[in-house]
Design a protein around this ligand. Sequence first.
Ligand code: A3P
Length: 289
Amino acid sequence: ANTMDRDELLFSYKGILYPATFCSPEVFRAMESLEARSDDIILAGYPKSGTNWVGQILNDLVGIFEKKTQNKESSMNDEELEEFPYLEIGDTGKFERMNKLPSRRVIFTHLLPENLPRSIFKSKAKILLLIRNPKDVATSFYHFSNAMSPLPSYETWDDFFVAFMTKKMPWGCYFEYISKWNKYADDENVMTITYEELKEHPVLGVKNIAAFFGFSPTEKELQIVVERSSFQSMKKNSQKTHGAFGNLLFRKGGVSDWKNHFSEDQNEKMDKAFEEHIGRTKLGRKLKY
Ligand code: A3P
C-alpha cells in the first residue's frame, strides 16, 4: 500500500519491473556469482502462486531427510530461515553467503528463466515450477499490493486489473511468465505443479514433489508434512515463520476467490488474454479452470 508514484517504487531491469525496496540492479549483477549445485532445490513461481506454501513443504522434506541421513537436528523448528529464501531479494553479499550454505539448499524465485544465473541450468539443479490460475493470482496480488508498502497500491480493484493486464506488475507480466517457462516444461529437471492440484490432493502432491527431489518419506512423514503445510497451520505459525509479513501472506488460501472480484467484462477479458497468450501451451492446459 503505497500511493507514491509507481515510478519511484519500481525500477526496470532487462525490461521487467521490480520493487526497489526488495531488489536492485547491483544484486541482479552479483547474482551471476551464485554457484548452483545439482542437488539444489529451486522453487520457481510467479508472485502469489503459493510460493511460501510449497517452500514450507520443501524445507520440511529437507529437514526430515537431514534428520534421517545426517542425524542433524530437524530444521522444522519454525524459525525464520538463516538466509532469506528468495534468490533475487537481499543484498549483494547474499550469493557469497549462499555459496557457503550446506546442501541441500532450497531457493525460491519469481524470475523468468532467462534472468536466472546461468549456473542453475548448467548444474542441472532440479526446478519445481509452481503455477496458479491467473484469476486467483490477480486477486491475491491485488490484496498483497495494497497491504505491502514496498508495492504500489491501487484505489480500486478495477485499477489493479488494468495494471495486471497491461504488464505493469512487479516481476513482470503473468502471461509472459507462463509462456517463457513453458519452454522448459518438458525438461527432465523441471517438474510442474499447480496450486489447484496441490490444494485438492495434498498427499499426492507432496508425494510427487518428494519423489522428484529424491526423497522417500514414509506415509507418516508425508502426513506430517501435509499437516504442517495446511493453510490453517501455516497461518497459525506465521508470526514465528515470517514475522510481521505473516499476517499479509496467509490471506484466504483457497481456490476461486476471484469470483468475488471479477466483473463479467473482466472475466471475459482475462479468458481472452489467456487463450491468446497461453491457451494452447502445455502449462496453459494445466491451468484450465
Ligand atoms: P490468497 O491471497 O489467495 O489467500 P505466495 O506465497 O506466492 O506469495 O502466495 C500467497 C498465496 O498463497 C495467498 O493466496 C496465500 O493465502 C496462499 N497460501 C499460503 N499458504 C498456503 C497454504 N498453506 N495452503 C494454501 N494456500 C496458501
